[in-house]
Design a protein around this ligand. Structure first.
Ligand code: BJW
Ligand code: ZN
Length: 257
């Protein structure tokens, strides 16, 4: 996708108003990491496009075909190892420092927000660096386990699985609760690079709207969220987040002068 396809200009009233928001809550999805070279789930490109995420991202799939599912994660871990934070990740880390209250919620499992310098990241779907034994539940971040070519086994004999949240599994309760509270309390909610198809994360923007927040969606495509958004910034996460943060920064500088 080329940046030339989109104008990447902010609506004037958004540039004017951006600094008035006190609590900003951002929900990110795979689109923000697409600019770091990581494949999205529901795009048509990529090695794994022949599988739907529902066919690989479930315990059932892992029980039926552990090696295939493990190989998918291995491939993604290898790509991740060679990738860097994108302009979008970096802009959000700067915004966190500038805003009076800022909550970053991510569905991504790649840790790129933390790599970019975001301090307070709420992970809803786990993290690729973690593995958990199916038998005894013990967790490991040992790189020999993470980068094992075949499904690794725990000392108890159980198989290790990636420490992520699959379909049909509960999200980490405390993280989900924090995300929902932030959605209720924020006055600006941004949905960035997500198809808004996977629940309960996809319910967060509606919670924010119900509590009176302004909703911005950043996505090159139209999604089911688009009709609800006050602003659909149709284009790439990196370009738009950079513009938003620099508008925010210059307004703060102006207000203090
Ligand atoms: C760009 C871009 C650029 C590209 N810039 N943008 C209510 C209603 C219906 C169903 C359910 C419901 N509640 C629960 C369910 C069931 C299920 C669900 O939601 N199913 C739907 C598919 C219908 N949810 C669950 O099972 C969840 N658990 C749960 O609810 O527990 C309670 C429960 C238990 C038992 C029974 C019932 C309830 C768990 C969901 C776990 C999701 N896990 C995954 C895998 C994680 C591990 C891994 O990474 O492998 O999470 S699936 C996958 O999808 C991954 C993602 O985090 C998630 C969301 O994907 P995302 O980020 O939106 O990516 P894409 O690819 O879809 O979209 C990318 C977007 O970026 C696109 O729009 C592009 O246009 C855009 N883009 N370039 C900006 N440069
Ligand atoms: Zn074990």
């Amino acid at each position: 996708m080329s940046s030339e396809k989109f104008s990447h200009a902010l609506p004037r009233e958004l540039t004017q108003d951006i600094v008035k928001y006190r609590h900003i809550c951002v929900l990110t999805g795979a689109g923000i990491s697409a600019e770091s070279g990581l494949a999205t789930f529901r795009g048509k490109d990529g090695l794994w496009a022949k599988f739907r995420p529902e066919e690989l991202a479930s315990l059932d799939a892992f029980m039926r075909n552990s090696e295939l599912v493990w190989e998918w994660y291995q491939h993604r871990r290898q790509v991740l190892r060679a990738s860097k934070a994108s302009a979008g990740h970096l802009a959000l880390a700067v915004w966190e420092q500038l805003a009076s209250e800022f909550t970053l919620v991510t569905q991504n499992v790649d840790g790129l927000h933390q790599l970019a310098g975001s301090r307070n990241v709420i992970e809803l779907h786990g993290n690729l660096q973690v593995n958990r034994c199916l038998n005894c539940g013990s967790e490991s971040t040992d790189v020999e386990i993470t980068f094992s070519e075949r499904v690794p086994h725990c000392h108890c004999g159980g198989k290790f699985r990636p420490g992520v949240v699959w379909f049909g599994e509960m999200l980490p309760e405390a993280n989900l609760e924090r995300a929902m509270t932030a959605a209720e309390n924020c006055d600006l909610f941004l949905s960035v690079g997500t198809s808004s198809q996977v629940y309960p994360a996809a319910a967060l923007p509606a919670i924010a709207l119900d509590h009176g927040a302004i909703l911005i969606e950043i996505n090159p495509e139209v999604t089911s969220l688009t009709p609800l958004a006050h602003y659909h910034l149709q284009g790439e996460a990196g370009a738009y987040l950079r513009l938003l943060v620099s508008a925010y920064e210059s307004k703060i500088a102006h207000d203090h002068s």
